[in-house]
Design a protein around this ligand. Structure first.
Ligand code: DGJ
Length: 740
């Protein structure tokens, strides 16, 4: 990787083997964008990529030059009000009410590695050889606001990480009312837009549409990144597929309100903006104060959507996730939520754990209901002290019992919430978010604690840390079951109310940081009613997250398939649950429930005592399979092969780093009578290597499997011959390929 500055023409060129990013200081002093895409040669004179021409009716802010119109120039930090009528990346309201800024190039520096972003999650480099960062300083001569633009290029992968820092060097306070993290002005609009959207229990479905003139956007104003829209976006060429073609992926490393938009203008150029949602946001910058935006990451690939996803997976697994669990295969767990809901005793929990232990499960997770007066969702949140009626020996006692069985113990918290019926609320009602004189909306009978206030975060930290210090807790599930409403922070003055949402999420990050620092051996799993905050920001603190409250295998295929567009398999909490399924009341075969959950962290969300002996034998086989292959499944190279959004079948596969082993998962929603001939073309194998396939025992070369495909024709449908298991709806198969 390299960062070069061509002084004569003030051009910056950042590149590695995969990508180039080119910018220049424009004749008016502002920073212009010239190129982002596949690597190109470096040369003097790249500034001629700046396309200037005289256009009728254009407004020109550069005296005497009719060709220099910001309306037509691709920029790094566009502002509104001086000729560029597209959405801006920054807006600053000044003491006289003006919102115009003019950020001019001052200086730059190139540093090896990647500086940290204080208080915010971000990708990182472990040493100077892994990445290089270009820091460009701009300044507005009128307000004296200094901006530092940060661009990191990694040695490997088509990745560019961007963030922006504002420093008030003036003498008066200003209000930052928009501070996007990334602006990418593309020279054309020949793209399809791909987003991951849905709802509770239906998160991250793949939705695509053609880019069109005007603004298209996704975002959240809920205080969490949301079930509805994930902070991830792809612009792909219409001809690009999973296997080939150009795509640019954008991920916002942030868990709060966000906006991602693409604006196609009248001349077919496209402006992409990524950042904190400007609605409900403002930030007062007193003289000497700094505002740091979160980071946005872009990935360019010409190797199709799989190529893009693999780049995100590797980056997020290795250089976003941190801590002792980052590179370790994840424990197979059993969670009691769908087994008991709030109806449990210590004895019942131990019975569930014992059966799980017999099946080889490694970690028992005690979910909601263990604390305070929590008999239902109406009480107890905020009182992080064990309920003695249910757990006579407290968390220490139940943890010891579980450890005594030879399993690890995990515990659920919902740190950001409080019920009205709780000791915490009775003592500190003012800690719940509410606007004076307004209705205080509840969600699931709970209120959100004002995490923008330090004393609130401190108090919750003390309660949680006490338990983690005293009891043998190896895993924490951090839940968050409602979004924010009526946000008014009594800890902030009126002119800083626009800071509340961002300060809230900074409070969440701070609590995570303190807990993960004090308890580095604890595995954290994030959760927000399933996938309501499944984002890259969370991955920095919790290397895995509960993908969705929907545990139905057929629904999970879609959710996990969509999630894999950006997030690694090792980050996806996925469990086998009971049938009929608790969300859809649907029956799916036990093997299919496991075959879907293998492509994730894997666990069980049921009481195994309710299974038949045959099913228990099957579960034992599943656990043994996962133990043997979890390293490959969670950390191998993942390929999507067939989309569940496009047909009756879905398939994906994981390949080990040395390409000696691969696991293919094939799934079919509805059974097909007198079925079709089918071959599944695989990916990522060594063409010259001979692989033995586990189901049929057949041996063939990698090139056959990738070009002719693996034979998956189903001859049983419609007629069951002796010795064959009949297929049903929701059939699936796992194929293991081992090099000979
Ligand atoms: C929502 C989570 O997603 C579930 O897994 C469970 O922990 C419940 N909350 C408990 O209230």
């Amino acid at each position: 990787m390299k960062i070069v500055y061509h002084e004569k023409q003030k051009v910056f060129h950042l590149w590695n083997e995969s990508i180039s990013y080119v910018m220049m200081a424009l004749p008016n002093g502002q920073l212009g964008q010239l190129y982002f895409g596949k690597k190109i040669h470096d040369r003097e004179g790249l500034s001629d990529l700046l396309e200037l021409c005289v256009r009728p009716m254009a407004s020109c802010s550069f005296p005497g030059d009719r060709s220099f119109s910001l309306e037509h120039i691709r920029q790094e930090l566009p502002c509104f009000g001086t000729g560029d009528y597209r959405s801006p990346a920054v807006e600053i309201c000044q003491p006289n009410g003006s919102r115009i800024s003019d950020f001019q190039y001052q200086s730059h520096s190139i540093v090896s590695g990647k500086p940290q972003l204080t208080g915010l999650p971000a990708t990182y480099a472990e040493d100077g050889s892994e990445a290089a960062t270009l820091l460009i300083d701009l300044k507005d001569p009128v307000t004296a606001i200094r901006v530092q633009m940060s661009y990191t290029v990694f040695a490997e992968g088509g990745i560019l990480a961007k963030s922006v820092r504002y420093l008030n060097e003036g003498t008066e306070a200003v209000q930052l009312t928009r501070a996007m993290s990334l602006c990418l002005d593309l020279p054309d609009c020949g793209y399809e837009w791909l987003q991951l959207s849905g709802a509770w229990a239906r998160e991250r479905h793949v939705k695509t549409r053609k880019l069109a003139m005007g603004i298209q956007s996704i975002g959240s104003l809920r205080g969490n990144s949301s079930h509805q829209h994930n902070p991830f976006l792809v612009l792909k060429r219409p001809c690009a597929t999973e296997r080939q073609g150009e795509a640019i992926g954008f991920s916002f490393i942030y868990s709060g309100n966000f906006l991602m938009q693409a604006e196609v203008d009248a001349h077919d150029t496209t402006r992409v903006l990524v950042g904190i949602h400007p609605d409900a946001f403002s930030w007062k910058l007193e003289p000497g104060e700094i505002f740091q935006t979160p980071e946005a990451v872009m990935v360019y690939t010409d190797r199709g959507l799989n190529g893009m996803s693999q780049t995100f997976h590797r980056l997020f697994r290795k250089r976003l996730a941190r801590g002792q669990w980052r590179d370790r295969p994840r424990p197979i767990l059993i969670n009691n939520w769908e087994a008991t809901y709030f109806d449990f005793t210590e004895e019942k929990l131990v019975q569930i754990a014992k059966k799980a232990k017999e099946c080889g499960v490694e970690l028992f997770v005690l979910d909601d209901g263990w604390f305070g007066a929590r008999d239902s969702d109406r009480a107890g949140l905020g009182d992080w002290v064990a309920n003695q009626a249910r757990l006579p020996r407290g968390i220490t006692g139940i943890a010891e019992l579980i450890e005594g069985l030879g399993m690890k113990f995990g515990l659920w918290f919902e740190p950001e919430m409080v019920n009205e019926d709780s000791e915490l609320y009775r003592q500190r009602p003012d800690w719940a978010i509410a606007t004076p004189q307004r209705v205080k909306s509840h969600g699931r009978y709970q209120y959100v604690l004002d995490f923008s206030r330090k004393e609130v975060v401190d108090c919750i930290y003390e309660m949680m840390a006490k338990i983690l210090r005293e009891a043998k807790v190896s895993y924490v599930k951090w839940d968050m079951n409602r979004s924010i409403t009526e946000y008014y922070s009594i800890g902030l003055p009126p002119e800083r109310q626009g800071e509340a949402y961002h300060r809230y999420i900074l409070g969440v990050y701070e609590l995570y940081e303190r807990l993960t620092e004090e308890f580095p051996e604890v595995l954290f799993e994030s959760c927000a009613s399933g996938g309501g905050r499944f984002d890259a920001g969370m991955l920095y603190y919790a290397p895995q997250g509960w993908v969705s409250d929907d545990t139905d295998a057929a629904e999970r295929m879609k959710i996990q398939y969509g999630t894999s567009m950006c997030y690694p398999i090792s980050s996806m909490g996925s469990h086998v649950s009971m049938t009929p399924n608790h969300q859809l009341f649907r029956d799916t075969p036990l093997h299919t429930r496991a075959n879907v959950a293998y492509f994730g962290t894997f666990g069980y969300e049921l009481d195994l005592n309710r299974l038949t002996e045959d099913e228990i034998q099957e579960v034992k086989g599943q656990v043994a399979f996962m133990k043997e292959y979890r390293k490959l499944l969670q950390f191998g190279t993942f390929y999507r092969l067939q989309s569940p959004f496009e047909g009756n079948e879905m398939s994906w596969m994981a390949v080990s780093e040395d390409r000696k082993t691969a696991i293919v998962g094939w799934y079919r929603t509805l059974n097909v009578v007198n079925g079709y001939y089918r071959r599944l073309r695989l990916e990522g194998l060594d063409p010259d290597c001979r692989y033995r396939e586990s189901r049929s025992g057949s041996v063939c070369y990698g090139d056959e499997l990738m070009n002719l495909g693996l034979c998956i024709t189903d001859v049983t449908a419609g007629e069951v011959t002796a010795g064959q298991e009949p297929c049903t709806d929701f059939e699936s198969r796992i194929y293991v390929l081992e090099a000979e």
